[in-house]
Design a protein around this ligand. Structure first.
Ligand code: XIL
Length: 489
């Protein structure tokens, strides 16, 4: 059943990518979608713009058929509202409970959705035992928590909110006081490093509220991001909760953009808007802002129906208590369908990416830094070196070569083999069909299908070892055939 759902999604993606490619071949620039080709759900419409549209969901509501109908129809990303928080996953020290977190995960994966992990460390919703710890004991417990939980979900999570709400409100731009902060200012970077080690394929985000416009708090977060980037602390994204009242900061988009310019993806992670006459307009403004920022990868609303919301009485969501679409829903869908943001290319051809294998967590690597034709390509522990950085070069028609930053050569199915197990090497770029790959999306990971052979690039034998060979093999949807793109330059 799961496979059928996934296969169905993949065909849909292939069709949509092909349509985009056709538009490019015809030389047309993408204009606003006409009603005839406008998508009719939030997820499909966002996907057509290269983005996701998600909802926070609660394991306890999955038995509600109206809820799950809307969830599976409209959304292509999920966040556990509470089920992956510290009090839920480690209720007593060293004892981990993943039952409800796994329910959310499986709901998302079986529906072909991205899963955002929320959240590894936060000052709130800590288990009692952690609240009573301090100093080294707390620091060690916190880092162990990050390692254990991120390891449990390794390879399954699109993005983790590694740290939530660590900055103070008001004008200081500094950290919030908390038991975690009192273990030392480096607790956040320690958490990010532990998360990267535990799950190298997940995007690692910092998430906060009241950072939705340019203000002292968001500037403090931005300065942390720049500092992390400068010192090589792994951070890939910043989440903007966007629990909005009856207004939206005028510099909302500009604020997202300044984070994107600092080299991180941005995501709207917990959107809800107090119900008033302008609710629909505010929802549309947030959607338009995300579409206008190329590194804004998606939007998540914090619940499905008003009756599911944590903001009781404010009716801040897109569906009413009965599951009917509100004006705010229509405003978001129209904004998504009208938007030109994102184009049709699934990749940024000006960027350099590390390709992380979903099964092994290791990166595609030019073995031993060789720069000659025929050098073998293997997987290796991710180190972000030039031998692990790849640029997508557009061959047209939805096909791309992958150029090594180290050697300038491209991935090539050796000798134009069409056999299972055919080696993938690097070779001088001649734009041959054995050097071209189409890109297909599965749950936020990609598959690379060779144009000449029709086979998928994979880690041979699902190896998890350094030096495991990269070869082609018939596409069977294996996790060793799936890659997460991590933009590094
Ligand atoms: C909220 C949940 O929605 C509630 O069910 C729970 O009682 C408290 O937490 N910022 C966050 C979210 O990062 O985790 C919070 O979720 C809302 C504020």
């Amino acid at each position: 059943m799961i496979d059928m759902v996934r296969r169905g999604r993949r065909r849909w993606w292939k069709a949509s990518l092909a349509a985009g490619a056709a538009a490019l071949i015809a030389g047309t620039t993408l204009a606003a979608a006409s009603p005839a080709d406008a998508a009719s759900t939030l997820g499909a419409s966002a996907a057509a713009k290269g983005r996701y549209f998600g909802a926070a969901i609660a394991a306890g509501r999955l038995g509600d058929s109206t809820y799950t109908r809307i969830l599976t129809t409209e959304f292509n990303a999920v966040t556990p509202e509470n089920e992956m928080k510290w009090d839920a996953t480690e209720p007593s020290q060293g004892t981990f409970t993943y039952t409800n977190g796994d329910r959310i995960l499986n709901q998302g994966l079986s529906n072909g959705s991205k899963v955002r992990g929320h959240t590894l460390l936060w000052h709130a919703q800590q288990p009692g035992w952690a609240q009573s710890l301090s100093g080294t004991a707390l620091r060690n417990a916190a880092i162990n928590h990050v390692t254990q939980v991120a390891s449990h979900y390794r390879g399954k999570i699109y993005a983790w909110d590694v740290v939530n709400e660590a900055f103070a409100d008001g004008g200081s731009g500094g950290r919030r006081d908390s038991n975690l902060q009192r273990t030392g200012n480096d607790w956040i970077e320690a958490a990010f490093r532990a998360a990267r080690t535990a799950d190298p394929g997940a995007k690692l985000c910092y998430n906060d509220y009241n950072t939705d416009g340019v203000n002292a708090k968001s500037t403090g977060v931005l300065n942390m991001v720049k500092d992390f980037k400068a010192r090589g602390v792994p951070i890939d994204c910043v989440g903007f909760q966007s629990h909005l009242g009856t207004g939206i900061p005028g510099d909302y988009q500009a604020n997202l953009q300044r984070f994107a310019d600092a080299g991180v993806d941005v995501q709207i992670t917990e959107l809800d808007v107090a119900q008033a006459s302008n609710q629909a307009n505010i929802y549309a403004a947030v959607t338009n802002a995300c579409l206008a920022v190329s590194r804004c990868t998606g939007i998540t609303v914090w619940g499905i129906r008003d009756s599911d919301s944590w903001r009781t009485g404010e009716n801040p969501l897109l569906f009413d208590n009965s599951g009917n679409k509100k004006a705010a829903y229509t405003a978001v869908l129209n904004a998504l369908n009208a938007g030109t943001g994102g184009g049709t290319s699934p990749v940024d051809t000006s960027a350099w990416y590390v390709l992380v294998n979903r099964n092994s967590g290791k990166a595609v690597d030019v073995y031993n830094l060789v720069t000659t034709d025929g050098a073998r390509i293997t997987q290796w522990t991710r180190n972000n070196g030039n031998q692990q950085q790849w640029q997508f070069v557009d061959s047209g028609g939805g096909y791309y070569r992958l150029k090594s930053r180290l050697s300038g050569k491209v991935l090539d199915v050796y000798n134009k083999s069409t056999a299972d197990g055919g080696a993938i090497v690097q070779w001088t770029d001649n734009n041959g069909t054995n050097q071209q790959f189409s890109i297909q999306d599965i749950d936020g990971y990609i598959q690379l299908i060779n144009r000449n052979s029709g086979k998928a690039m994979e880690v041979q034998g699902a190896s998890t070892a350094d030096g495991g060979n990269i070869v082609q093999y018939a596409d069977w949807n294996g996790t060793n055939q799936q890659w997460q793109l991590s933009k590094v330059g």
